[in-house]
Design a protein around this ligand. Structure first.
Ligand code: GLN
Length: 418
């Protein structure tokens, strides 16, 4: 039944596939050479389950999507006070590579622009560039759940041509923000930008943030306050000077990079990773932004919509008699909750002939969840199974013939059917 969700994602991606607007980054030849048509969309749920659509195994350089993770690492290793003394949390409204600091504090305005990101790199403890990079690399890899490779050609090229970033680093040194050798810090920054990821890696990294910094094996990678702070600056500054548009239209903490990647986080629910290398004038992936917009609208993912906890949608499930299994749902039913229900039915489908979905205790259902559960009965029928719904208040607005007022009524019908 997870295929209902899969089809939905494929459809949303397909709607944007023909959009050829924008241009791939060409400030170094290695980036200009990528296939502009590449387009991957990955969605990783709170429990680690992953949906993939399109070119989700194409590797590309993480570029600025790295920034929130290095900031998180700096906070984790160095502490809030020390980091806050060097990097602000105010949106800048400037281009990502602006050579500027805050006029009053003389520190970078936030960690999502290059100045702040370079300052964050300088705070990662270590005696050499190699040591610092090793920590950064291990941290990202843990978030992604695999050992991430590095694109050596992009790294060499970034390093050979990065005058603007060099100007930023030396400016920071002159303001007393960078203590160490600016060139060593830049070397680590260029390597960090050259780490290779797929859209699925980004979705997994985002999902680890969505889970408050705990990976799917239960290992804690950083603390909840660090994640909270990181997500906060992603909300206000993650999409460069398009942050306002993004928050209004999409409403998820996110970060983009000139490699064409976007990572977006819906706390407590899911992570999204998109890859499409053609960029708009601000350096954001054109189709990446468009597809995130559609996902947010169609799946009801805006973080300021009245979403409450949806993780514990299935309150109880039990067998009443051979072949009949009841699933009691509660709380508000939104995308992630409905997805959990469909996938549980998939996982347990050899345990029942008839599934009874009891939504008596569900408070509120959004249109996405309603559509998804409406598809459930058809999908069960395709597998030769039957789905009954117990819905005394008609919150699902499902057809009457499959809907019952109580579990007993459903069971009576199930009994006479069987
Ligand atoms: N390597 C690029 C830079 O530092 C990354 C920029 C980006 O993704 N916005 O300029």
């Amino acid at each position: 039944m997870a295929e209902l969700v899969q089809r939905y994602l494929d459809q949303i991606r397909a709607e944007h596939a023909t959009n050829g607007d924008g241009a791939v980054a060409d400030y170094i030849p290695e980036l200009a050479r990528v296939d502009p048509a590449g387009f991957g969309l990955s969605l990783v749920l709170d429990d680690g389950f992953c949906y993939e659509s399109g070119d989700t195994s194409t590797e590309f350089t993480i570029q600025s999507v790295s920034k929130p993770f290095t900031y998180a690492l700096a906070l984790d290793r160095f502490g809030f006070e020390a980091v806050d003394a060097k990097i602000g949390v105010e949106p800048s409204g400037e281009a990502f590579n602006e050579i500027s600091v805050d006029e009053t504090t003389n520190i970078p305005k936030n960690p999502m622009i290059n100045a702040g990101a370079i300052a964050a790199v300088s705070l990662i403890p270590g005696d050499s560039a190699d040591e610092r990079f090793a920590q950064i690399h291990a941290f990202y890899s843990a978030f992604a759940g695999r050992d991430l490779p590095v694109d050596e050609a992009v790294y060499a090229s970034e390093k050979a041509t990065g005058s603007r970033n060099r100007a930023i680093a030396y400016m920071l040194q002159s303001f007393g923000v960078l203590d160490g050798d600016p060139d060593e810090t830049l070397d680590v920054y260029f390597r960090q930008c050259s780490i290779l990821v797929t859209s699925t890696d980004l979705a997994r990294m985002a999902a680890t943030l969505a889970r408050g910094g705990v990976d799917t094996t239960g290992r804690r990678l950083t603390t909840p306050p660090v994640v909270l702070r990181t997500l906060s600056v992603m909300v206000t500054c993650g999409m460069y000077d398009a942050a306002g548009d993004w928050v209004s239209a999409v409403g998820m903490p996110a970060k983009s990079g000139v490699g064409g990647g976007i990572a977006a986080v819906l706390p407590g629910q899911l992570g999204i990773g998109v890859y499409s290398p053609r960029l708009d004038g601000r350096g954001n992936s054109v189709r990446g932004v468009a597809v995130c917009r559609s996902l947010s609208e169609r799946l009801g993912l805006h973080f300021l919509s009245k979403a409450r906890e949806s993780r514990s949608t299935i309150r109880a499930s039990y067998d009443v008699r051979d072949g009949i299994r009841v699933y009691e749902l509660h709380g508000d039913l939104l995308f992630a909750g409905a997805e959990q229900v469909l996938r549980t039915l998939d996982d347990e489908c050899d345990r029942f002939e008839i599934a009874v979905l009891d939504v008596t205790r569900v408070d509120d259902v959004d249109s996405t969840a309603r559509r998804m559960l409406a598809g459930m009965r058809g999908a069960l029928a395709a597998q030769g199974k039957v789905g009954f719904i117990v819905d005394p208040d008609s919150v699902l607005e499902a057809p009457r013939e499959a809907t019952f007022g109580t579990v007993d009524e459903a069971l009576a019908t199930a009994g006479s059917d069987g």
